[in-house]
Design a protein around this ligand. Sequence first.
Ligand SMILES: Nc1ncnc2c1ncn2[C@@H]1O[C@H](COP(=O)(O)OP(=O)(O)OP(=O)(O)O)[C@@H](O)[C@H]1O
Ligand SMILES: [Mg+2]
Length: 464
Amino acid sequence: MRQPRILVVDARGAAGLPYSSLVARLQPMDLRVERSVSGAARAIERDAWDIGIVTAWEADEAAPLAAVVRSADPELPLVVVDAHPTVAATRQCLRAGVGDYLELDHAEEHLEDAIARLLTAARRRDAAEVLRRAVERPYTFEGFLGESPAMREVYSIIDRVAASSVDVLISGETGTGKELVARALHQRSRRANAPFVPVDCGAIPDALMESEFFGHEKGAFTNADSRRMGLVEFADGGTLFLDEVGELPLALQAKLLRVLQERRVRRVGARQETGVDVRVIAATSRNLDAMVERGEFRRDLLYRINVVRIDLPPLRDRGDDVGLLAEYFANRAAQEMGKPVSGLSLDAYQVLKSYHWPGNVRELQNVVRRAVALTRSATPDVEDLPDEVVAAAGRGLPAADGDGGFFARRAEHVAKFEKQYLAELLTRHHGDVSAAARDAKLPRGTLYRLMKAHDLDGATFRPK
Ligand SMILES: Nc1ncnc2c1ncn2[C@@H]1O[C@H](COP(=O)(O)OP(=O)(O)OP(=O)(O)O)[C@@H](O)[C@H]1O
Ligand SMILES: [Mg+2]
């Protein structure tokens, strides 16, 4: 974490202060001493500060000095050190929003604590502010929530390619919003009033696939007792959404390629082909390039559908979007369930932010809905989150704020602590997990999950 930046406003220049030794102790922090109020005001205007310390050497000087500094930045947390403390001055300063008022004689004792306390308060306030902003004006785009750079990039591509009829391949982990992208592309095209036909390529039995896609004539095969239109024809004028396109069997891939190239279909059992005007949007959570290398997906089909590619970022790479989505899902769930719940606690939000979200937005949505359903308070807290999420969030898995961020650093420390704690606990109980769980006052299942998460095996703690 970066050093806090501290601005000291002190007419005598901190050198001669009784608390100069203390100021010296603060030196590793990023400290600047200004000898005049006007100098301080300039410094406040030019740079960002985390804390201001104002020293009043004259009687009745504290409150006016503090007021001038605060007018330069009303948000700056301030500590006033007064050489002539009075009850009146204390009251005036605190009423003016000064964070702490210290008597010069006791400053040495209390200054460090005061600074630490104000810094913590400011950090909490900043985090809360992020949350509040997220709730107030969520950035939305065709049903998407999220304002991270990664998602803005996605919106921008959708915006550019939607109107043209160009075919698009959407790739992304499960639950990242691939279907939402496909629908947005359709909505923003001139095809919006024609059908959007989603096809789950993994869900149709191989035997039925050809007739599902291309339709059939009456009597084309046993059971074909009437003519039937296929999905491709059904999407005529609109958009055909091939979800999990990697699941298509090779034989059908070849037939589909022909349709895409010729824009014509032939129903099973028909002699004539029919022209179709469809836009194809394909989605995959698998690596199609690797499948091509293994001969499981046709290279020519990949080229054909990969005209424009949209890669959806996993949720863990979307920074503050996690908080924004969590708030939104919590409020919506509360409304649906008729529970007087709003948002999530700051701690719960921090856990969510440190988790790695293998199931992405869908998983977040489920976790938050569950928390709203379970909670007994007005703001769901950490105890309302699944054990796995809480445990994994502390395990040092990549945190949403990336290397060096607060949550990432905290996750590292928690993970280290957990592993050491578990090892000591298991050693003490000679690898007896039940006894260890009782001792730690944890449910056995939770302890097991934690051990598994840290690759610890009870057997290795048993005496040989
Ligand atoms: N950015 C977002 N804002 C709001 N809701 C979202 C966002 N992304 C996804 N969702 C919601 O999350 C859920 C999953 O999205 P979607 O079905 O589009 O994902 P997918 O990538 O198709 O997942 P799968 O690979 O599992 O099919 C849906 O309920 C969707 O509305
Ligand atoms: Mg999907």
